[in-house]
Design a protein around this ligand. Sequence first.
Ligand SMILES: NC(=O)c1ccc[n+]([C@@H]2O[C@H](COP(=O)([O-])OP(=O)(O)OC[C@H]3O[C@@H](n4cnc5c(N)ncnc54)[C@H](O)[C@@H]3O)[C@@H](O)[C@H]2O)c1
Length: 336
Amino acid sequence: MKTCKLGLIGCGNRSMAHIRGMEPLENAIFVSVADPNAERAKEKAEITGATKIYKDHKELLDHAIEDGLDALIICVDPTAHTEDMELRAIDMGIPFIVEKPMTIDLDLAQRIADKVEEKGLITSVGFQDRYLDLVDMIKDELPKHKQGGLVYGAWIGGVPGPWWWQKKDYCGGQLVEQNIHLLDGLRYLYGEPLSVYATSSTGINKAGENGISPEYDTDDHSTVVLRFPGNVTATLVSGCYSKWGVRPPCGYQITLNDMVIDYRLRNNITFITANETRDIKRTMEQTNVLDEVFVDAVLTGDGSKIRSPYSDALISLKLAYKCNESMESGQVIYFD
Ligand SMILES: NC(=O)c1ccc[n+]([C@@H]2O[C@H](COP(=O)([O-])OP(=O)(O)OC[C@H]3O[C@@H](n4cnc5c(N)ncnc54)[C@H](O)[C@@H]3O)[C@@H](O)[C@H]2O)c1
């Protein structure tokens, strides 16, 4: 059996999901890990059994050939995607999974996408929900009904801890960093939007108070209205000001002419009609599927089952930044 030898770049929180995702696979092993935070790198090497520990992506890539790497998992913070990370991996012909948002530099992202295309390299971006059984169910259900209707999407919680999360310039803000999952999901379900209008607000969370970083300057909440073909209008709200115990449900509520689909983020889905209410729980761990599909693609050379290659993920990233643009200008943005 062929084995996919993996290098892990970035050993923070998100890397654990991929470590768990790769763990059940007999055809994937971690060979090397890299992180400037030596403690994190050592810990992830111990968990994965990787024998090589490097101080950063550069050192890991310097040794990639001798370590026999077949693929990379890139889980660095949004500010850390340098010119010599993905572009160098592509030059070396090494496929990769990269976490969303793939960078906060759209110019760099475009050059990465162009180079991936030119080389025909296998890539996968961490839009885990595209592999979720509940999202498949929505995708199967929608064509059975009259087209058109309203969609409400929500991701509302508190302020996440990472240092790079609380300053908008470091991660793009909550929509770009977090609610991009539901934004990407709207594209996955409805195609490309015709227009967006967005608004945002600050002033609830105070920098330096209640455990919030002194650097906090991101939006407390934002609302995006997206028009899609087929008479679909989606309202997508993001919020990071609500306290534990008083948070509303996250996910999508889709109102069709004869059904309501109530999808609770990564948990369950309820299909409601005049005659029936059907509730279905999530049965799988979607990041595991994302990882398995990627490893199969690397080993077979067939990337057709990857649901979010870099080029497609870039469309979602650009869309999220267009929404930010509308938040700032107050203008509707129309797409050709
Ligand atoms: N797909 C998802 O559902 C999901 C969930 C959480 C986070 N994420 C994304 O994953 C990424 C990482 O998030 P996180 O929570 O793990 O962040 P984190 O801050 O916990 O970890 C990032 C790690 O990258 C390391 N790093 C920075 N530069 C590096 C370099 N040059 N070489 C090697 N390591 C380097 C940092 O030292 C840090 O340990 C972010 O883009 C985040 O948005 C995705």
